[in-house]
Design a protein around this ligand. Structure first.
Ligand code: PLP
Length: 405
């Protein structure tokens, strides 16, 4: 019965162009990756799909730090943080992270999590009790939505970046605790939340601002400190979540906030308490990643990334202007996430397939990850893409545009 039930749903999804397939990477995360897919021989693709914005995922210094960490701390943590799994490596990393965020959050402390998904669930369930209301942007990441659904607090979702709707909701909210929750860089659109205006609303209505900076930490702001630094914000009302598997190139996430908030997460967040601590070697490698992010090399890589973003946007704008009938649209994004919105699921898959024939891999993103009718190619850039790589993508898209016209 269950199997029939699932098979029926799978057929429906297939008919809607919603089937999801995995490819297997046979080589490390990098612009050129050897990839295989069920039934086909492995081949080398030029990839525009990772969130490895600084090209750190395969950085020799981080590979070495991971190996050193394993030598020093072993392969696994053995237990959750509150039992016996909290190692010196985790503690040192948390100290480093707190120092990074202190410029934006006075007296910030930091807490390291295995993943960003767990960190968001922890934040929203631990802070969103029955005396709170959660206000969430409609395009927030799935982990923020699910975290809010698990919380006792009711969730009110506001239209994407619509702060006048948010203001009136805050004004009429009767609960004593108000939590505004937003992606800083929206993960499927690449646009930025207006964090200064959101913080102003938080101050005006005695609310707290939870910022998910999965795509900003390491990339934006002075020394890659993230979106809060990018906007020059500083407040005790800020609760910051940064992930460490994207620009930082390794894995995990952290929350930085007022010490009382961090303590409360340790005391009560179930997705922190009831899960095995990440291998300490990972935390050890992340300390090296933080050092790189804040170094001259980090600055160089951020500058390179910005050049590629500008190059790609110019190329795509010209291409779209040449082929208006295709109805392709460039998102309003200044970040490394540059989606090309094509509309239907079928159109996105067809475009992905034409690129695939040219050994270019750009993932098609479809509902429910994005709203129905806005399927897209989510192009992401890395500092280690060359100008030639970006040109090859633009040329490949031009060929596809002619083929699909
Ligand atoms: C990737 C992502 C997360 C989840 O982080 P993981 O460490 O991958 O679990 C959370 N929020 C946003 C906006 C993301 O893009």
């Amino acid at each position: 019965m269950l199997i029939d039930h699932l098979n029926r749903q799978r057929l429906e999804r297939d008919a809607q162009g919603l089937t999801r397939l995995r490819r297997v990477a046979e080589s490390p995360c990098a612009p050129r990756q050897v990839v295989s897919q069920c039934g086909h021989p492995a081949r080398e693709l030029l990839v525009f799909g990772s969130n490895d914005y600084l090209g750190f995922a395969n950085h020799p210094a981080l590979i070495q730090a991971l190996a050193e960490g394993a030598q020093q701390f072993g392969a696994g943590s053995g237990a959750s943080h509150l039992i016996s799994g909290h190692s010196r490596a985790h503690a040192m990393l948390e100290g480093d992270l707190a120092t990074r965020l202190e410029t934006s959050i006075p007296n910030a402390q930091a807490l390291y999590f295995c993943t960003g998904f767990l960190a968001n669930v922890a934040l929203l369930t631990a802070l969103g009790d029955a005396s709170a209301t959660i206000f969430a942007d409609k395009l927030n990441h799935a982990s923020l939505i699910d975290g809010a659904l698990l919380a006792r607090a009711p969730m009110q979702r506001y239209a994407h970046r619509n702060l006048s709707v948010l203001a009136s909701r805050l004004e009429h909210c009767a609960t004593s605790i108000k939590l505004i929750v937003t992606d800083a860089v929206f993960s499927m659109d690449g646009d930025l939340a207006d964090l200064p205006a959101l913080l102003e609303l938080a101050e005006r209505f005695d609310a707290w601002l939870i910022v998910d900076d999965a795509h900003g930490f390491g990339v934006l702001g002075t020394e890659g400190r993230g979106s809060l630094s990018h906007f020059g914000l500083r407040s005790e009302r800020l609760i910051y979540m940064g992930t460490l598997g994207k620009a930082a190139g390794v894995g995990g996430a952290f929350v930085a906030a007022h010490p009382t908030i961090i303590d409360w997460l340790v005391q009560s967040a179930r997705s922190y308490i009831y899960t095995t601590a990440a291998p300490p070697a990972v935390a050890h490698a992340l300390r090296e990643s933080l050092r790189l992010i804040g170094s001259a090399e980090g600055d160089r890589r951020r500058a390179q990334l910005q050049q590629r973003i500008n190059q790609l946007r110019e190329g795509l704008a010209e291409l779209i202007a040449t082929h208006p009938a295709l109805g392709w649209r460039l998102a309003e994004s200044s970040t490394a996430i540059q989606p090309l919105i094509v509309g239907s699921n079928e159109a996105a898959l067809a475009l992905m397939a034409v690129l695939d024939e040219q050994d270019l891999w750009v993932p098609a993103i479809r509902p429910p990850t994005v709203p129905v009718g806005t399927a897209r190619l989510r192009i992401t850039l890395s500092a280690v893409h060359s100008a030639k790589d970006v040109q090859r993508l633009v040329d490949g898209l031009a060929l596809a545009a002619r083929e699909l016209s």
